[in-house]
Design a binder for this molecule. Structure first.
Ligand code: ACO
Length: 381
């Protein structure tokens, strides 16, 4: 195609860049489906481990397959000595998303088979990172609090074990259940910015660890996964329910966006936000931090009123902020936790990409100057 005939798809909106068997979203109807299974069904019935298997295999596991995957994840949970050393070195110097990115790169550095892009090797690497990333985030937090790292426990599932390693206390059944569902909800979401970043990296036949590090760097931004942390900071800045209207009116009047609202694909409420709100009601009955959740529901109602007639609705990040707060998780870990869940979907997309790779190399429409004679540096005005 000539440059003259080209048009630029800013933000790649509406452009399909891959075929996938992993996830379907209907942004008008608010539907989210992982390999044929509705997100509501998975949230009600499944576990994060089972969803990871589903994404990696496009089918639910048998009992034996699930047990095998759980065992593989348990084996990979403990930190490597290099991970531990790096986390100690970085303590107080870097923020958690950077620490996670470095830990993933370090895991790649230690994997002598990191450049093996065969499906069995990629599956092993995907399981390793899925198991390890939670341990890294929990250990990062323990160290910065001046507390000893808590070793993973083999008798706990992925969700409960994370909360155990983070707080050094076994979570209640309700807390473990809600965190498990939160992980399921964040596990996969079709071709979002971080998944695309992973795919671009993999398309050069770079390794899975580098692709995941690219994805983590991309998730960090406030227009993507960083929005959950930003939502909590907005709640803090609002302070109390009676300040919502004044704060929001001023914020929107100054042209600022409300994080956790709006979505490139959903033009109705994100089903993940609906599920998180339901879970939030359950947690709010027992949590000393329920104030943030109640404030969120009021804030949502006010924003829907403010945005009436525009396709701006709560997305997944809106309620994850107050739900995580009620689970006793510090707000700067919300985005790392997003990555701890999304590793399942990222790696599933990478399995698809490596199996049928084509270099991602789009074009840019040149709008700069042409035909300029080169002028030596001493002759330039
Ligand atoms: N608050 C206020 N106004 C908004 C918001 C918002 N959160 N989101 C979009 N708008 C407005 C824009 O100002 C724009 O208005 P205009 O047409 O008058 O200029 C219009 O809605 C369209 O916005 P775009 O940025 O063009 O829409 P896009 O599809 O690019 O936006 C995005 C998607 C980036 C998510 C946006 O809604 C946003 O910034 N939301 C806040 C950040 C956020 O919550 N991100 C998390 C998304 S979910 C996830 O990644 C896990």
């Amino acid at each position: 195609m000539t440059q003259e005939a080209a048009t630029v798809a800013r933000g790649l909106e509406g452009i399909y860049v891959a075929e996938t068997k992993l996830c379907r979203i209907d942004g008008q109807k608010g539907e989210l489906v992982y390999s044929g299974y509705d997100i509501y069904d998975l949230a009600d019935n499944s576990s994060f481990e089972e969803v990871a298997f589903l994404l990696w295999n496009q089918r639910l596991p048998s009992r034996a397959e699930l047990a095998e995957l759980k065992e593989a994840l348990r084996r990979e949970r403990p930190l490597s000595p290099l991970n531990t050393r790096l986390l100690n070195e970085m303590n107080g110097l870097v923020r958690p998303m950077r620490a996670l990115e470095i830990a993933v790169t370090a895991a790649g550095a230690l994997d002598r088979n990191s450049s093996d892009l065969s499906q069995p090797a990629l599956r092993r690497q995907a399981a390793l990172l899925t198991a390890r990333m939670g341990t890294v985030v929990a250990a990062f937090h323990r160290l910065r609090e001046g507390k000893p790292i808590v070793a993973p426990r083999d008798d706990l599932n992925h969700a409960a074990n994370f909360l155990w390693m983070l707080k050094g206390e076994e979570p209640s059944e309700l807390e473990a259940h809600i965190f498990n569902v939160a992980l399921i909800l964040h596990a996969e979401h079709e071709m979002n910015a971080s998944t695309f970043a992973a795919i671009v990296t993999a398309s050069t036949q770079s390794d899975l660890y580098s692709a995941i590090a690219s994805a983590i760097g991309t998730l960090k931004g406030p227009l993507h996964g960083g929005a959950n942390d930003a939502v909590f900071r907005t709640l803090q800045a609002i302070g109390s329910e009676d300040n919502i209207e004044k704060y929001i009116d001023e914020m929107l009047a100054s042209g600022e966006r409300m994080m956790g609202f709006g979505h490139r694909v959903y033009k109705t409420t994100d089903p993940r936000a609906i599920i998180l709100e339901r879970l939030g009601h359950q947690l709010a009955e027992v949590s000393p931090e329920a104030k943030w959740f109640h404030m969120s529901t009021k804030l949502r109602d006010y924003l829907l009123q403010k945005f009436e007639g525009r396709p701006l609705y709560p997305n997944v990040d809106f309620f994850s902020a107050s739900v995580y707060k009620m689970l006793g998780i510090p707000n700067d870990l919300y985005t790392p936790i997003f990555a701890v869940a999304r590793i399942a979907g990222w790696s599933a997309h990478l399995l698809e990409q490596y199996a049928d790779n084509r270099l991602v190399r789009p074009n840019a429409l040149y709008e700069g100057a042409d035909n300029r004679p080169y002028v030596p540096v001493d002759e330039r005005g």
